[in-house]
Design a protein around this ligand. Structure first.
Ligand code: NAD
Length: 246
């Protein structure tokens, strides 16, 4: 029986790279998408043709409880178990401080933080029945110490994910390991509209002088899910290429 990994928001970016890394390691995988059905089905086909694993693609908005419940039930109905959950789905609505609205702040918290809670809650129930599983929450260095008022709502949601990770690790102990990854800048569509001068100045702050490839985050997620990480729990792993604090 193959292990099963569910990655939220996985039709593109870090989520897509994570699905591919899990498939490479022989996991059956569940692609969750919000609206990009075509991209999700293309990814499903590519994985089925390349790796000998089973793939499920499910539409669900992680911020909507009923949709999350149905998605998790469909995974259990198909595979009978979920061994690893990566809460990756996320949004950033960057604006000037003056343009920040309650609606955008709430939506950011709903998707990034409440979504992580909801999927963990429904998946955690089945992991507890099996008395094993791993959950990996994608936070950000923005949730720790890289501060950008343009994304203060996003930063708050990512700080919340770190707190949630520690509480879930305690709640689910000793059966489910729950960890978080805090990436720095990653080359994905989320960052495609950044001003090139800003990108250059951010790259200069990084010791490796470049943004991460999505695979460099995905590989850490797959490591945290593996037995090689069997004693890592309630932790935040920073993956930012190193920063100059001197
Ligand atoms: P992305 O925008 O390419 O991917 C995000 C995915 O989440 C998209 O597929 C999107 O459709 C999906 N999504 C959004 N709202 C959803 C919802 N309500 N329900 C289900 N899916 C939803 O961005 P990415 O860079 O791949 O980001 C992935 C994760 O990594 C996010 O949580 C992001 O905050 C985090 N992160 C990204 C960076 C970066 O520099 N790119 C840095 C640190 C953390």
């Amino acid at each position: 029986m193959k292990p099963v990994a569910l990655v939220t928001g996985s039709s593109r970016g870090i989520g897509k790279a994570t699905i591919i890394e899990f498939a490479k390691k022989g996991y059956d995988v569940v692609i969750n998408y919000l609206s990009s059905e075509e991209e999700a089905l293309k990814l499903k086909k590519m994985i089925e043709e390349t790796y000998q694993v089973q793939v499920l693609a499910i539409q669900a908005d992680v911020s909507k409880e009923e949709e999350v419940k149905n998605m998790v039930e469909e995974v259990i109905h198909t595979f009978g178990h979920i061994d690893c959950l990566v809460n990756n789905a996320g949004i950033a609505i960057d604006t000037t401080f003056e343009d920040k609205t309650v609606e955008n702040f709430r939506r950011t918290l709903d998707v990034n933080l409440i979504g992580t809670f909801l999927v963990s809650k429904y998946v955690g129930k089945y992991m507890l029945e099996k008395k094993e599983g791993t959950i990996i929450n994608i936070s950000s260095t923005n949730g720790i110490d890289t501060i950008y008022p343009e994304s203060l709502d996003y930063d708050a949601s990512k700080a919340g994910i770190i707190s949630l990770t520690k509480n879930l690790a305690l709640q689910y102990a000793p059966y489910i390991r729950v960890n978080s990854i805090a990436p720095g800048w990653v080359l994905t569509e989320m960052n495609q509209e950044l001003d090139p001068e800003f990108v250059e100045s951010e790259q200069q702050k990084c010791l490796l002088k470049r943004f991460a490839e999505p695979e460099e985050i995905a590989q850490v997620a797959v490591f945290l899910a593996s037995r090689d990480a069997s004693y890592i729990n309630g932790e935040v792993i920073r993956v930012d290429g190193g920063v100059n604090n001197g």
